[in-house]
Design a protein around this ligand. Structure first.
Ligand SMILES: [Zn+2]
Length: 87
């Protein structure tokens, strides 16, 4: 095994680790929606979580943009084998 092959496989490992990180970030971003749902639900039943509709709408907008950004970041990952976009 030449030095080039070793560094290639290391690069592959790093690339796939990066892809895994992007994927997990995307999954977390999507699932953080349930925190919003929970918060909205709590504000309906409890005075302590009395968030206004405007606050919830803003929180939803932030979530939506963040989720889109995470999705774009994930989809911009390039295949370490051929350099094409993974999706
Ligand atoms: Zn490929």
């Amino acid at each position: 095994m030449s030095i080039t092959q070793v560094s290639d496989s290391e690069w592959y490992t790093a690339a796939w680790r990066d892809r895994k990180r992007r994927f997990l970030t995307c999954v977390l971003a999507l699932n953080s929606f349930w925190i919003l749902v929970l918060f909205g639900f709590l504000s309906q039943i409890s005075e302590r979580f009395n968030a206004s509709g405007r606050t919830l709408l803003l929180a939803f907008a932030v979530w939506f943009v963040g989720q889109i950004a995470a999705g774009v970041w994930l989809n911009r990952f390039r295949c370490p084998g051929c350099g094409n976009l993974f999706y």
